[in-house]
Design a protein around this ligand. Structure first.
Ligand code: NAD
Length: 475
């Protein structure tokens, strides 16, 4: 039988157990294990071995580096089933989504590993005897902070980028969903990664970030999480002149034009909204539907939403698992009560299911006023907010009205509409007639309060490098 794995800190190629905090199963609130808390001396040890690891790894050829990384990915592919079960146990998402997340994480790392062999510089012609060379070198030791909603693919983005560029890294993964990072690190250990290149710590997030970010040795910060925490870490990074990748929250608009089939679009939208029970920074959330098809779209969406089967993610017939923690239940209850009090129509869901396990149904609210809190603050849960719009311009204005700018979606058959959307929507990722925000090859990230920097694609990989110009006069 597949078990929840042993959890540990991983420093300098060694696993270490320590007292810490319990990890809960959101499906029944039982305790799965204990995630250890790193002490300051653990962090000092991680810094010192990461410096050693960087010396070794940055001088390892890109080919050799990619061979070791790809071996780790092959091991993860062999271990998909045990990794998926652990993910569903600790995070709640349906088992099929856990498998997909692991495979997606593998694809991300594989792409980075291959692209890492193509991080070239350039030679610039000049006066005779003079040569200018632009070198791209690994930036150094990175400090990475990954969240609880994607326990494996978020660490994969950070580890894949750093290691493929020749950097070493200290990863502080989520204490609430630690197994994904532990299993990822175990695969790299088993693949023969030199000690110190990849280090994993857990503990009190604020204490760890405040200790690591100012350290001279740390040359890059990468954080995925909420906007308030991102702003705090970005300030700290700025004070210490550290470049940072900030992948923060979103409040994705979905613009539905009146030239599409409302029923088919509603079905696609419901499937997208159920992904990870809406606890996704790119979750489709604010639906702006043109007047002519508003009624049909809302009706079809509501019918499909009511049919979504919610339950333990280990049962493969369930389409939505529990929310990941009790904070999300409280947030959903607050958003729904506030929207109802302000006159929104509740069409589906809206109440916690049972009182053991953090189950909350797919909830549909329609005709929300602009000042409903859910329309302004990221719900980060299974709420779909549907409002009518008079025109595409009206929809674009509403979509851009918030300080968020991560992902947006639109459905239209018109090339002219698609062009206006591509020009006018203020986001890092726009998807037209689909709900796929990014793949391994494409850059993913936000504008405005949703952050800066990109993960994935060439743009993401290059964050882990620095440019050095060398001018050489031949003697
Ligand atoms: P939170 O703001 O307390 O924490 C967000 C994340 O930041 C967590 O992973 C946490 O461990 C980490 N964190 C918190 N303080 C930190 C610090 N000082 N230094 C380093 N890391 C720190 O919120 P929460 O209740 O855990 O999550 C809810 C909100 O977080 C959501 O509303 C959503 O906006 C956001 N979130 C976004 C993403 C994303 O993919 N962008 C992922 C998870 C959570």
């Amino acid at each position: 039988m597949i078990q929840y794995p042993d959890l540990g800190l991983y420093i300098g190629g060694q696993w270490k157990k320590a007292p810490g905090q319990p990890v809960l199963n959101p499906a029944d609130e039982s305790v799965l294990g204990t995630v250890p808390t790193a002490t300051q001396s653990d962090l000092d040890a991680a810094l010192s071995v990461a410096a050693q690891g960087f010396k070794v790894w940055s001088r390892t050829s890109p080919l050799k580096r990619s061979e070791i990384i790809l071996k780790a990915v092959a091991l993860m592919r062999q271990r998909v089933e045990e990794m998926a079960v652990a993910m569903t146990l600790e995070q709640g998402k349906p088992i099929a989504q856990s498998r997909l997340e692991i495979l997606r994480g593998c694809e991300i790392i594989e792409w980075d590993a291959s692209e890492g062999r193509r991080v070239y510089g350039r030679v610039i012609p000049s006066e005779p005897g003079m040569k200018h060379m632009v070198l791209r070198q690994p930036i150094g030791v990175g400090a990475a902070f990954s969240p609880w909603n994607f326990p494996m693919s978020s660490p994969a983005r950070k580890v894949g980028g750093a290691l493929s560029a020749g950097c070493s890294i200290i990863l502080k993964a989520s204490e609430e969903t630690p197994a994904g990072a532990v299993q990822l690190v175990r695969a790299f250990h088993d693949a023969g990664l030199p000690p110190g290149v990849l280090n994993l710590v857990f503990g009190k997030p604020a204490e760890i970030s405040e200790y690591l970010i100012p350290q001279d040795l740390i040359r890059l910060i990468t954080f995925t999480g909420s906007i308030p925490v991102g702003k705090h870490l970005a300030e700290m990074a700025g004070r210490h002149m550290k470049p940072a990748i900030m992948e923060l929250g979103g409040h994705a608009p979905v613009i539905v034009c009146d030239d599409v089939d409302p029923v088919a679009t509603a079905a696609t939208s419901v499937t997208g909204k159920t992904r990870n029970a809406g606890q996704v920074c790119v979750s489709p959330t604010r639906f702006f539907v043109e007047d002519a098809i508003y009624g049909k779209f809302t009706e079809a969406f509501t019918e499909k939403a009511r049919a979504v089967k919610v339950g333990d993610g280990l049962d493969p017939t369930n389409q939505m698992g529990p929310l990941a923690n009790h904070r999300r239940i409280e947030a959903m209850e607050m958003f729904v009560a506030d929207a109802k009090a302000k006159g929104a129509r509740l069409l589906a869901g809206g109440e916690r299911l049972g009182n053991r396990g953090y189950y909350y149904p797919l909830t549909v609210l329609a005709d929300l006023p602009d000042d409903a809190r859910a329309m302004r603050e990221e719900p980060f849960g299974p709420l779909a907010l549907i409002n009518p719009v008079k025109s595409l311009d009206d929809a674009i204005e509403k979509a851009n009205a918030l300080p968020y700018g991560l992902a947006a979606y639109a459905f239209t058959r018109s090339v002219r509409n698609a062009d206006r959307l591509a020009e006018g929507i203020e986001v890092g990722n726009l998807s037209i007639n689909n709900l796929v925000a990014s793949i391994a090859e494409t850059p993913f990230g936000g504008v405005k309060d949703s952050g800066y920097g990109r993960e994935g694609g060439t743009e993401g990989l290059l964050h882990y490098t620095v440019v050095k110009n060398v001018s050489h006069l031949m003697m």
